[in-house]
Design a protein around this ligand. Structure first.
Ligand SMILES: Nc1nc2c(c(=O)[nH]1)N[C@H]1C(S)=C(S)[C@@H](COP(=O)(O)O)O[C@H]1N2
Ligand SMILES: [Mo]
Length: 202
């Protein structure tokens, strides 16, 4: 027998609806595909550095140990690749770009992330701020695998995953937008998955 007293909210209607998790045109992926435009660069933690260069050419540099000494966060986020897979609730650990950019003098509106191995991707600086972007060095409770960008990668989950530069080495801050690797090949300059900004002009 069932009692009216324990009827859960939503029992009479549709499944209780939260915000949708899958952007348009995406499917759920349970595995963790590797998408790399070239070979995996091997960067030791001793060699690794992260450098932000502002529009005046001033450099702000962190060694691996300096990076690890910064306050870190453990975001759980959904990621969306432009090849149409999405993965929900991925768990990362890293340093917010808010922390890295806090002491950087700039009035730039754009950034280009650049990586060991030569990959680049451009972003409006705003998309790196307000708790929406990290340099992450751990994933699912372990060190980030080299195939997935270790020692560290950019994580900007609210944009298509090609913006999350693996093996990230630094940011160049620029007054004007400048296309990165995929953007120069015809992909969208911003890449918001909820607006399906896949290709230039979308
Ligand atoms: N350095 C570098 N970063 C990169 C890429 C790349 O080829 N090189 N591919 C991008 C693309 S298209 C995607 S979907 C994700 C894939 O990350 P994953 O291999 O960890 O799934 O990394 C992005 N970052
Ligand atoms: Mo991708």
């Amino acid at each position: 027998m069932w009692s009216m007293g324990i009827v859960s909210p939503g029992f009479h209607g549709r499944r209780r609806s939260g915000p949708p998790r899958l952007p348009p045109g995406q499917y759920l992926e349970k595995g963790f595909p590797v998408l790399s435009a070239g070979p995996t660069p091997r960067v030791t933690r001793d060699q690794w550095e992260f450098v932000i260069t502002n529009e005046a050419g001033r450099r702000y540099r962190w060694s691996w140990s300096e990076f690890l000494a910064l306050p870190s966060e453990t975001p759980t986020v959904d990621i969306h690749c432009v090849t149409q897979w999405s993965k929900l609730d991925t768990v990362w650990q890293g340093v917010s770009l808010d922390v890295l950019l806090a002491g950087v003098e700039t009035s730039a509106d754009f950034a280009v992330a650049y990586s060991y191995g030569g990959y680049t991707t451009n972003l409006p600086l705003d998309d790196l701020l307000d708790g929406r972007a990290w340099v992450v060095h751990r994933c699912d409770g372990g060190d980030l695998d080299p195939e997935h960008g270790g020692p560290a990668r950019l994580l900007v989950p609210h944009l298509y995953f090609w913006k999350s530069a693996k093996w990230v080495r630094g940011l160049r801050l620029l007054p004007e937008d400048e296309p990165g690797f995929w953007e120069a090949a015809g992909y969208h300059e911003r890449g918001d998955p909820w607006l399906e900004q896949r290709y230039r002009g979308d």
